[in-house]
Design a protein around this ligand. Structure first.
Ligand code: SF4
Ligand code: SF4
Length: 136
């Protein structure tokens, strides 16, 4: 299975190779999708983790024991879907295909598990229906 996770590091952990440990000690494949970490300071990483459910759970437990906060990327994007008029403007900028629209109903579909928190939909939506938080 694959999961997209946001890891939040405190200042003390910024130089600790925790993602390396996820690969070496838990057999997980890691793809870093986005990073916002300053040297000597804390920050955030968005990673895609691939492995069995049990391996991923153990990896998350390891991170939490290291005091790294972990949450699914879907917690970082808020979408006010009740206000959507299905114009499709946001789908043009969403390269991860989290946002899509098409036949037969031409209604916007949002799969938050595919989101990479890029924030491009925030300005693309004329009604400003998205809020994305990452790194700041
Ligand atoms: S933040 Fe980026 S990846 Fe996520 S839904 Fe918006 S445009 Fe798509
Ligand atoms: S741009 Fe805004 S109003 Fe248009 S489909 Fe996307 S979320 Fe809905």
């Amino acid at each position: 299975m694959r999961s997209r996770l946001v890891l939040n590091f405190s200042t003390e952990l910024a130089d600790t190779p925790v993602t390396f440990s996820l690969v070496k000690d838990f057999g997980l494949s890691i793809n870093i999708l986005k990073a916002s970490i300053l040297p000597g300071r804390g920050g955030e990483l968005l990673i895609e983790v691939e492995g069995s459910e049990s391996e991923i759970s153990k990896g998350i437990e390891f991170l939490k024991n290291k005091k790294v906060s972990v949450e699914g990327v879907e917690k970082r994007i808020k979408f006010n879907d009740a206000g959507c008029v299905h114009c499709g403007a946001c789908t043009a900028v969403c390269f991860s295909e989290a946002l899509s629209i098409g036949a037969p109903d031409w209604l916007l579909k949002f799969d938050s598990s595919k989101c990479v928190a890029c924030g491009l939909c925030v300005k693309a939506c004329p009604l400003r229906l998205f809020t994305v938080s990452f790194g700041g």
